[in-house]
Design a protein. Structure first.
Lengths: 222, 222
DNA sequence: ATAGTCGCGTTTGGATCCACTTCGGAAGGA
DNA sequence: TCCTTCCGAAGTGGATCCAAACGCGACTAT
């Protein structure tokens, strides 16, 4: 319609990006249906790229698909989220070790800047964005597609429960997060993969355990 | 064509299953292109379900997609396969621990039967099928979709290199595999997740190291 | 009054058709 | 002779149209 065809990126990718952002931002929420025609009209595209986009998101674990019944955002139980966090404890130190030698100093500076903004006091939505950008940023040097893709999937599928947890508990224990991030950053700067991996695994493990103390995060939703 | 429309399974799933079997069976091989029209004509379907199937397989890591250039089976380097095996060392013991309490005795008997057939002496193609069925079977009790899907992906993307390795080295050290499988099976029967996890990690690690001693597996391919 | 059944609307699944990009080859000029 | 450029074929991306399946509501019969 309007002159939006500036960059000829594939429509299916554009749709997928939009839907991903909407789901991660909390606009859709677990258990909610995603109707093809709605999305198509809303994004000004045909249903076909929407279908392909939904297949991609299904691959990323962001939606689940049932034959003749359409797509919906999956609803996870506490145990499932717990195991996904255990997977993160195992995989992310590996991704970090792969990334460390390739990580440019300038990039580490940028990550430190993100942490500065986190400590400056931001709202929950912004914190979730920054935290994600910070951690995934530390894996930016990892060239193993399978590993980075898997880690992203694990982050994506649990995003909603991180938000619910933050909304439930408030910023009271944010100082712990900040301390862990600072220690992690320092180890990254020293290119010390052992230290960095230990801090990282501890950071994820502590979050997992705190999550398990708040079952309300998984019970009461939209 | 023929009356194959017995069960009305979605065409896209049928296409995906067929392609997956063909790629895992070695019919397509790394670096090879997968043209939509070819597949569509060959399976008697339109190009649309083929496109959706390719998107699913892309999600499973079996093909990679480039805009306006189509899909091809990815070609992995030695380091990439090495890291994927490290991921397996970390994740599969977790999947096994999740699976063990739910695994029925009858299922364990069936897995032992698979190992019997492996030891009876089979060709490489059959061994690859049995080995895959054996290991993934031990994770059959794991109810965490993200974990089982990830493990399957890791198996899928490295299948071709396992085949190349077997063809290169022959069945000389098969007794090691058999011993490891037997020890693993025994620990599984005892529902000992610590022992089982240790044997499993060792099994994967040994394979990874042997693979790394044979760079020819990654160099010479059609 | 309630439970079962029929039927219509909504939504997804699939096929055919058209447009755009890419790659290979041939022709022309330096 | 070799490089450049243009053209055609092939293949992918996208849109519209048609068929099939699920869900909900109304109606009927017991």
């Amino acid at each position: 319609m309007t002159a939006e065809a500036v960059a000829t990126v594939a429509a299916s990718r554009r749709v997928a990006d939009h839907l991903r952002a909407e789901i991660l931002g909390g606009g859709i929420g677990p258990g909610e249906r995603v109707r093809q025609e709605d999305i198509a009209r809303r994004l000004g595209a045909s249903r076909l790229p929407v279908r392909e986009a939904l297949r991609m998101l299904e691959a990323e674990g962001l939606v689940e698909h049932e034959a003749n019944k359409g797509a919906r955002v999956p609803r996870l139980g506490m145990h499932e989220v717990d195991v996904i966090y255990r997977m993160r404890e195992l995989l992310e130190p590996l991704a970090l070790a792969e990334s460390l030698p390739e990580l440019a100093d300038a990039e580490i500076d940028r990550l430190a800047g993100l942490q500065d903004e986190i400590e400056s006091g931001v709202d929950i939505a912004r914190f979730l964005e920054l935290d994600r950008e910070f951690h995934l940023g530390t894996y930016g040097g990892c060239r193993i597609e399978q590993l980075t893709a898997t880690v992203s999937r694990l982050w994506n599928t649990t995003q909603h429960y991180r938000r619910a947890f933050m909304q439930l508990t408030g910023p009271g224990r944010m100082w712990v997060v900040n301390a862990e991030h600072r220690l992690l950053l320092d180890a990254v700067r020293r290119r010390d993969e052992v230290d960095a991996g230990r801090f990282l695994a501890g950071h994820i493990r502590r979050t997992r355990i705190e999550l398990s103390h708040h079952p309300a995060v998984f019970g009461g939703l939209s």
